[in-house]
Design a protein around this ligand. Structure first.
Ligand code: 2IT
Length: 445
């Protein structure tokens, strides 16, 4: 495989799609050696087929705001790859959403879902609609308008969306409600649904919980444990909340959270009612963390800064792509960080990853660390298909097993001759091999 050739021709076809090209480049570099050991992959043009989405649906979403004004947004669904199972992946509502971002997310989702061992293909969707400052009625009208444009492409064995940034239980409920009305079937075509209409216990917590189970495995591999460690978390949404809750339960101390306005440093640890306060902050819809410092004396708000300047044992990026850059990584390493586990998708820039790997810092990529979210979505699909609801213990036990299994796959494929575990390489090779083999088995399609 000639990586530069493939990347150059992709760039010529999709100029300016920088996040997508970044995600593809990371995977190609990691899988180059194993790919070259399989001439049959080259013959079947597996890489060339894998890097292009199967299908992209783009549509205009028109809705009316509370002032009676007509609003237009762009909606997308990128159905990336269904070699392993139905298209599966979240929906993101954020002003920054564009095709490059959704293609990178759909591409990553394909390998992440393969790592879960559950039968799910990869997809992602969303809109440049910004939920910030919108009323509940506006959110509902937008969700309904979005689904009116997309519903024909969805189905329990075709494409199953879920939440992502800007899409939580409320938005999934509104979208699923409209979907159900249109198809007149209760097949559970969304995951992350409310508990009373087919949702799974533990799904809201699952991304953060799964990430901490993964971190526990990383520490166990080093004969260490999480108890007493200090943790920097970024973000303050659903994922940051679940991660903070589980880290605290396991005896670690979370000292930061962040928002677009800056970050909070709380040396006493973010525990108890402070964790609940994150939900309150999110529910205000203002997208700021500054009020935390007024509410909890002893904590400090640093405007316009990122938490990576604090000295911590574990860094958990839980906000968005490329939130840890080369400079942040240097600061973390200089301060002796032991583990960097991406909970956001592609949370670290390539420069940051190079810094971690060069210093032999244990860095693990989002597609392994945050796979507990979509894995639990897979468990929600199973429950819907058998028309049953499992107990929280049952779901949590399976989530724990899945995360341990993903860690094992990373160690198996990512351990270097000197014993250093390159989790990025391990996750990419393990995910790639599963998707490649599934594609090979189904012929040239
Ligand atoms: O990035 C992700 O894995 C998600 N947003 C969750 C996707 C899902 O289908 O649960």
């Amino acid at each position: 495989m000639d990586i530069n050739n493939i990347l150059n021709s992709l760039e010529a076809k999709h100029p300016g799609e920088k996040e997508y090209l970044q995600a593809v480049k990371e995977v190609l570099i990691c899988v180059e050696d194993v790919y070259n050991q399989h001439p049959e992959f080259e013959k079947a043009k597996i890489i060339e087929r894998m890097v292009e989405p199967d299908r992209i649906v783009t549509f205009r979403v028109t809705w009316v705001d509370d002032r009676g004004e007509v609003q237009n947004n762009i909606g997308y669904r990128v159905q990336f790859n269904n070699a392993i199972g139905p298209y599966k992946g979240g929906i993101r509502f954020h002003a920054s959403v564009n095709l490059s971002i959704l293609k990178f997310l759909g591409f990553e989702q394909t390998f992440k879902n393969a790592l879960t061992t559950l039968p799910m293909g990869g997809a992602k969707g969303g809109s440049d609609f910004s939920p910030r400052g919108k009323s509940d009625a506006e959110i509902m009208r937008f969700c309904q308008a979005f689904i009116l444009c997309l519903w024909k492409n969805l189905g329990p064995d075709r494409d199953v969306p879920a939440g992502d940034i800007g899409v939580g239980g409320r938005e999934v409920g509104y979208m699923y409600g409209m979907y159900k009305k249109l198809v007149n079937e209760c097949t559970g075509t969304f995951t992350g649904k409310g508990l009373s209409f087919g949702g799974s216990l533990v799904r809201p917590e699952a991304t953060g919980f799964g990430a901490l189970y993964f971190v526990q495995s990383m520490l166990a591999e080093k004969k260490d444990s999480i108890e007493g460690k200090t943790v920097a978390v970024s973000g303050f949404g659903n994922v940051a909340w679940g991660a903070t809750l589980k880290a605290t339960q396991l005896g670690a101390k979370v000292v930061t959270i962040s928002g677009p306005d800056g970050y909070i440093y709380d040396p006493d640890g973010i525990s108890g009612e402070k964790i609940d306060y994150m939900l309150y902050l999110r529910a205000t819809g203002e997208d700021i963390v500054a009020p935390y410092a007024e509410r909890f004396p002893g904590s400090t708000f640093y405007a316009g800064r990122k938490p990576w300047e604090q000295k911590v044992d574990i860094a958990l990026p839980c906000a968005t792509q490329n939130e840890v850059d080369g400079e942040d990584a240097k600061m973390l390493v200089a301060n002796g960080v032991e583990i960097v586990a991406e909970v956001s998708n592609m949370g670290c820039t390539p420069e940051a990853i190079d810094t971690f790997i060069a210093s032999h810092t244990n860095y693990a990529p989002g597609k392994a660390v945050n796979a507990g979210g979509v894995a639990t979505s897979g468990l929600e699909m199973s429950q819907n298909a058998e028309h049953l609801q499992w107990s929280a213990e049952e779901v949590d036990k399976r989530l724990h097993e899945i995360m341990r299994n993903i860690h094992t796959q990373c160690v198996e494929h990512g351990t270097e001759p000197d014993g250093f575990i390159n989790y990025m390489k391990g996750a990419n090779i393990a995910g790639f091999m599963k998707v490649a083999n599934a594609m090979m088995g189904q012929g040239i399609i």
